[in-house]
Design a protein around this ligand. Structure first.
Ligand SMILES: O=C1O[C@H](COP(=O)(O)O)[C@@H](O)[C@H](O)[C@H]1O
Length: 253
């Protein structure tokens, strides 16, 4: 599996980081829409969705080819779509409902199994959904890794070093025989979640990890300076693995 070098950019403020993230996303959208007529974007939950707000403002709101976007989640909390914990709801409310992405191109967790709290079935169905999209030539399989290959993933990290719903000390980080797995004892609530597995995450062409605030400074230093093998430290990408930090998150480097 390819291991691209981690690239790091520190921004003076969260606002500048947000602007850069919008520009990075819009540039890749233009590149892939031109190259292959579509753009596959994987979102996470958490603070990152707030930082994406610049995409729903000029110039991007008018220039991005939203109709060509296909949107996925790197992880999802197993709860109803209306639950405030839902990553789908979070992205819908502040981002996706404001841009003209065709509804059929927004691939949420299965509504019924999520409401029923059946994490295992949600993971199985999400993997099935990805496999169907491979057959439809929406998602290619990476020739290098054999896993599905997304164009861009926008990721966040928790203060414990987790990314997606891959938590330190939990076995999901080592799963290789699935594309999507589940957890029922997440240390961060809610306990039931589904998540892409590490080989899928690392098969993406571009991975952008955005980390802000002083509370994250310690874990950023553990990863960058001490090489601590936390889940986020294992992030890679096929073309570029870039970390956007604000000054506060980078303050212990
Ligand atoms: O629980 C989750 O946490 C991570 C990090 O979130 P943040 O609020 O600390 O930025 C997030 O990336 C993931 O998608 C989410 O489910």
């Amino acid at each position: 599996m390819a291991t691209t070098r981690r690239k790091m950019i520190v921004f003076p403020s969260k606002n500048e980081l947000s602007e850069a993230m919008a520009k990075y996303t819009a540039n890749l959208s233009a590149k892939f829409c031109k190259q292959k007529g579509l753009f596959t974007v994987v979102l996470s939950g958490g603070d990152l969705i707030d930082w994406l707000s610049k995409l729903v403002q000029p110039p991007y709101i008018d220039s991005v080819e939203w109709s060509k976007w296909h949107v996925f989640w790197v992880d999802e909390r197993v709860c109803s779509w209306e639950d405030p914990d839902s990553n789908y709801k979070l992205a819908m409310d502040s981002f996706l409902s404001k841009v003209p992405i065709p509804h059929k191109n927004i691939y949420a967790i299965d509504k019924n199994s999520a409401t029923d709290g059946d994490a295992e079935h949600c993971a199985v169905l999400y993997e099935e959904c990805l496999k169907n999209l491979v057959k439809e030539n929406i998602i290619p399989i990476s020739p290098k890794t054999g896993y599905p290959q997304f164009d861009l993933q926008l990721l966040g990290m928790g203060p414990d070093g987790h990314m997606a719903s891959l938590f330190p000390g939990h076995p999901q980080i080592n799963v290789k025989d699935k594309w999507v797995t589940h957890i029922t004892d997440s240390p961060k609530p809610p306990p039931k979640r589904i998540t892409f597995t590490l080989p899928v995450i690392n098969s993406a062409l571009y991975n952008l990890m955005a980390v802000c605030d002083k509370e994250q400074a310690h874990v950023v230093s553990e990863i960058m300076k001490e090489n601590k093998p936390l889940p986020s430290a294992r992030l890679s990408a096929q073309v570029e693995n870039v970390w956007y930090l604000d000054q506060a998150a980078a303050s212990m480097l």
